[in-house]
Design a protein around this ligand. Structure first.
Ligand SMILES: Nc1nc2c(ncn2[C@@H]2O[C@H](COP(=O)(O)OP(=O)(O)O)[C@@H](O)[C@H]2O)c(=O)[nH]1
Ligand SMILES: [Mg+2]
Length: 403
């Protein structure tokens, strides 16, 4: 599962990636600093089940801080998309291709309106970030449309007619390269009211309607209203977040503030659990007056107003709400909650809610164990679980297998 970070140059993608990962991607104030896509690992949080079971966790594939479990997620900073990208402008097609593997997109927007559509500096507030939001969605839709109707469209129609391939399957074959599933195609056909329309009869509007639905299903967009700390940021955010089409999917964010907070925590200046709405200054730390001032501003202008810097909220919106993923903890010993090596609740995995137990075992634990699967145990209830059991949030499971 991959989260793509998208947006025009200088909106703050690299800063967001750095803040989320501390990976050290290059940042700068001019377009095209990032010449190719930058990968990194971020984290999503949930309360760790160790508290409920009253045990001390010994995390292996994840982290635990103050009772909160942090599970890694893959991020990809896809460099500057500018209007016309789907026509190849600003290295557009290359950037769009980087998005093929993404399951969800975080659109990093300069909500302060201090950059024009190309990412060049303009007077703060003079550019309306609403334009950026609309343009990006449009670019992705047109990119998908272009892939649907690419040059061999006429031949595609002929073959589909001759071979009588079911419409959804034929369309899906054209779209597998950009991570679109057969289910996405089915749903998009239905939502665009195209189930009863022969592909060969589709007009341009119908192709566009289909691409629009596919975008929403296969590359859903969470909007990160970044640079909320700057003049005009708050004003713009309040206006846009009230619009029905953006309600609930736009997050006030300061990637820079999150970056500072994590850096200060790393240096030992503050205690800060990433994503929290508060931090504590370490009494023993040497702290400059400049650092004190920066911290005071972040508290007053961001944390106390918005509850957090927004970086974690945006990531978690994408994973838990949009993609509907859950945490699942496998253990070897159902009583002590340990793995083979005696580590307590070592691992947590992200899977889509309702994933069948057997598919979870095959994909996250081991193919051999899945083949020799006898049954599972729900560690909470001690009930037996069949291979078809649909996993729920924070399930702790033991797998009994013949291996
Ligand atoms: N004030 C403020 N500046 C930010 C924020 N996020 C990024 N920036 C600044 O915006 C500029 C461009 O950021 P960068 O991450 O390189 O943008 P990218 O081109 O989208 O990767 C840099 O000077 C950052 O320090 C933020 O939340 N607040
Ligand atoms: Mg960058």
């Amino acid at each position: 599962m991959l989260i793509g970070l998208v947006g025009k140059p200088s909106a703050g993608k690299s800063t967001f990636l750095n803040a989320a990962t501390m990976a050290g991607a290059k940042t700068g104030d001019y377009p095209f600093t990032t010449i190719k896509a930058n990968p990194g690992k971020g984290f999503v949080r949930r309360p760790c089940v160790s508290r409920e079971f009253d045990v001390e966790p010994d995390p292996n594939n994840s982290l635990v801080k103050s009772g909160i479990r942090f599970c890694p997620v893959d991020l990809l900073d896809v460099a500057g998309l500018v209007p016309g990208a789907h026509e190849g402008k600003g290295m557009g097609n290359q950037f769009l291709n980087d998005l093929s593997r993404a399951d969800v997109l975080l659109h990093i927007v300069d909500i302060s309106g201090s950059l024009n559509e190309k990412g060049e500096k303009v007077d703060p507030g003079s550019h309306d970030p609403l334009k950026d939001i609309a343009f990006l969605e449009r670019e992705i839709v047109y990119w998908i449309k272009q892939i649907i109707e690419r040059e061999d469209w006429a031949r595609f129609i002929r073959t589909q007619k001759q071979q009588k391939t079911p419409m959804a399957r034929a369309l899906h074959e054209r779209l597998t390269g950009i991570g679109i599933t057969l289910q996405h195609v089915h749903q998009a056909l239905q939502k665009a009211s195209l189930l009863d329309r022969q592909v060969s009869d589709w007009d341009d509007k119908e192709k566009l309607a289909f691409a629009t639905q596919l975008q929403a299903l296969s590359k859903p967009i969470v909007i990160v209203a970044n640079k909320i700390d700057k003049d005009k940021g708050k004003e713009n955010f309040e206006r846009i977040s009230k619009m029905p089409e953006y309600q609930g999917r736009i997050f006030p964010t300061s990637a820079l503030a999150e970056y500072y907070l994590r850096s200060y925590a790393e240096k030992g200046i503050i205690e800060y659990v990433p994503g929290n709405g508060e931090f504590a200054i370490n009494e023993s730390a040497k702290i400059s007056s400049k650092e004190t001032a920066i911290l005071a501003r972040m508290k007053e202008e961001i944390l106390d107003v918005y509850g957090s810097t927004g970086v974690q909220d945006a990531l978690e919106k994408a994973i838990f709400d949009v993609l509907d993923y859950i945490f699942v903890y496998p253990v070897y010993d159902a009583n002590k909650l340990e793995d083979h090596d005696g580590r307590v609740l070592p691992d947590v995995f992200l899977v889509k809610r309702g994933t069948k137990l057997i598919d979870f075992v095959a994909s996250k634990i081991h193919g051999d164990i899945a083949e020799a699967f006898i049954h599972g145990i729900n560690v909470r209830t001690k009930r037996r679980l069949s291979e078809d059991y649909p996993l729920e949030a924070d399930d702790v499971v033991k797998i009994v297998s013949a291996k």
